[in-house]
Design a protein around this ligand. Structure first.
Ligand code: PLP
Length: 254
């Protein structure tokens, strides 16, 4: 069977018909960084930029089969995981990832939409920590997701976020976290790369006075695209953060 040899990012996630988040955002981002995309859809949503009206999960077997087809057809050099919807889908995705341990996986632990609708069933959080996070090269929670993942109150400062991050690294046996500070306040937007055996590394940009949907999708996709193009993790994070900052700046100017 013909194998496409250019580096591909396999995107595993939900569709958002508004194009604000989900797979459409991922493809846009990966393509503008210069990698190819292949996809495995986990859920169809019906949503606008303001509200999520409907969510339809796919059968876990179908999600796994899509991933296997994408991996068979292409040179997949990174996997980006977004909305997973249910515990059963998480188990299916983890089973496929276990068969390709050489491919780095980036998990954006999508729990809810900005409008407040749950995008992952509550009982699935423990399964995500147990089955999926240990298989991922990087997990990218924002401060709200980090607090929910460790079962704590939202951290109020950077030290508190690092403490929660260390707790999650230990509990989920994951390799690295990128704690996103976009939901914090202050003049700078700081993300923190945390690995269990290393000092935290800060990535800092000025905070722009605008918000935009899908920035979490963009950041994880941009990091995955740079990893697929053979950049090391820290460089990929720096370039990914720069990409999102430029997008936000452009959005503010239009
Ligand atoms: N819908 C899908 C399919 C997503 O993957 C995500 C986030 O990753 C969202 C909605 C939430 O995006 P936002 O918080 O920008 O509404």
């Amino acid at each position: 069977m013909a194998l496409r040899r250019e580096p591909h990012v396999l995107v595993v996630g939900g569709s958002d018909p508004s194009g604000g988040a989900g797979i459409a955002r991922d493809i846009e981002t990966i393509s503008s960084i210069g990698a190819r995309t292949c996809i495995a859809v986990t859920a169809l949503t019906v949503q606008t930029h303001e509200a999520v009206m409907e969510i339809h999960h796919l059968q876990p077997r179908l999600v796994a089969d899509q991933m296997c087809a994408a991996l068979q057809a292409n040179e997949v050099a990174a996997v980006k995981i977004g909305m997973l919807a249910t515990a059963e889908i998480i188990v299916a995705v983890a089973a496929v990832l276990r068969e390709s341990p050489q491919v780095p996986a980036i998990l954006d632990p999508v729990l809810a939409s900005t409008s407040g609708r749950a995008l992952l069933e509550a009982d699935a959080i423990a399964i995500m920590k147990r089955d999926l996070m240990p298989l991922c090269r990087l997990v990218t929670p924002n401060l709200i997701e980090l607090a929910l993942l460790v079962g704590a109150e939202h951290a109020v400062d950077e030290d508190g976020a690092v403490r929660q991050g260390r707790k999650l690294l230990a509990a989920a046996e994951t390799h690295a976290l990128l704690i996103k500070g976009g939901h914090a306040s202050g003049p700078r937007s700081t993300d923190i790369l945390l690995r269990s055996d290393q000092e935290p590394i800060r990535f800092d940009t000025p905070r722009l006075a605008i918000s935009m949907r899908g920035t979490g999708c963009m950041l994880a996709s941009a990091i995955a695209a740079h990893l697929a193009n053979a950049s090391p993790l820290e460089d990929s994070v720096r370039k990914g953060k720069g990409f999102v900052f430029e997008k936000l700046k452009k959005n503010a100017a239009t």
